[in-house]
Design a protein around this ligand. Sequence first.
Ligand code: PLP
Length: 447
Amino acid sequence: MKVVEEQLITVMDGPWSPEGLIREIVESGTQEDPFYVMDLGEVVARYHRWKELMPRVEPFYAVKCNDDKLLVSTLAALGAGFDCASKVEIELVTSIGVAPERIIFANPAKMASHIRYASAVGVDVMTFDSENELMKIKQLMPHARLVIRIRCDAASAQFTLGVKFGCDPVTEAPSLLKLAAVLGLDIIGVSFHVGCGTTETAVYARAIALARNLFHTGRTAGHENMNLLDIGGGFPGDLHSSIREVAEVINSSLEEHFPEGSVRVISEPGTYFANAAYTLAAMVYAIRTVVPTERDEVAEAHTMYFINDGVYGSFNKVAHKQYVCAETVHDYGSPRSACSVWGPTCDGVDCVLSNTRLPALGVGDWLLFRDMGAYSLAIATRFNGFPVATVRHVIDARLACVLKERSPLSASQFVAAPAACCTADAQAECPAVPTPATTPYRAVLGQ
Ligand code: PLP
C-alpha cells in the first residue's frame, strides 16, 4: 500500500469525547474557523458491526458521501471495497493502493473519458441503466463486466435516487439484458439503490425479489456469468441509529431468493460509515435581534445568530430539508429562547435553523452539530470566500497501533494529543498490548 502523507491523526491515550475535545480546542482561543472532530474509532466500530449483522454482504464504501482520505484509508485497511462514481474518485481510491478488483464504478451515466480511465487502470465492473450507456460501453470498453441498475424506491427517503437512475425492472430491464446479449456484453449482476436515509426496511425485500427475477431473465437471455447482487446504500448513519432491523430484512430476503453460495452480495453504504464519525463546531460571529413587524411570519421576538459555516459549506443537507440539531459547546445555564441560525454567505437561503430555541449566546460562542459526516464536506463550497471547515482526526491509542501496521498511513501521521497523549510507555507497549481477548481492534482488522 502507498503512504498517505498529508493528514495528521491525534492519538488519545485515555477516554475522550468529541464534545470534550471541541471544548478544549475552542478554549485555546486561537480557533476562528469551523472545524470537525472526526473519530476514526467510530468507523472501525461500524465496520465491525456491519460484518457481525450482515456477514454475507461486503461493504463497498460510497466515496461520494465523504472523500476524506483518512476515512477512505481506514476503510481500505479494514478490507472494504469502494463504490466510485467518477475518474477522480477512482484515482483517490487507487492512489492509496486499493486493487481495482475492490472497486465498482457505480454510476449508470458515465463520461467517456472516465470509462477510458477505468479501463486503463483495470476497474472493469460498472453499472448501467440505459440503451445509450450500453452502446457507449460497447464502443469504449467492450470487456467491461456490467451490472444492471434497477429502480426500486423506498416509500420515503431523504434523497430519492430513483427519479434519476435505475431502469424499470419490468418494462425496461428485460429488453436491456437481451440487447446486451446481442451486443456480446458481459452482464454479471443486478444493483439497486432504494434512496438515502430511508426508514422503510421492507423496500430491501421488494428490491431483492425483483433482482431475483432479473437473474432468471438474464440467464435465460444467455448471461451465464450473473453472480453479483449489489444492494446499494440507504442505511442509517446517525450515532443513535441501528442497522439491526434492516439487516434482519436483508438477511432473510437473501436466504429466500439468493441462498448462501449462490451469488456474491455487495452493498454501497456511504452515510452508514461517514455520518456519526464527524462532529462539527461552528462559531457565532454576529448577532441580530429581530422585533417582528406585522409582515413577519413569527410573532415572537427572536435572535438571529450568524455562524461561520452554512448551507454552502457543511450544511447542504438543510437544502434537502434534513433537520440538524444544534447544541452549545458550553453550558450557559440561561433559559432557551426563540432564535434562528444563519450561515455566513449573502444568500437568504443560507439558513441552518429557521426556528429553534437556544440559550442566549454571544459573539465567540460555539455551537456543536453531531452526525455531520455524510454529504457535508464532500459538497461544501467556498462561496463568498468563506473557508470549508477543517478536520481534526482522532483515534484511540490502541487502535492507532494496529492501524499503523495495516493501513497506508505512515507512523509520522500519528501525533500524541497535547493533554491526554499516547505516552512513551504506551507507545513502547503497542505491538504487544492489543490481543483479540482484550481489545476488539485486532479482531476488527482481521489480526
Ligand atoms: N450508491 C450510489 C449509486 C449512490 O448514488 C449513493 C448516494 O447517492 C450511495 C451508494 C450511498 O448512499 P447512502 O449514503 O445512502 O449509503
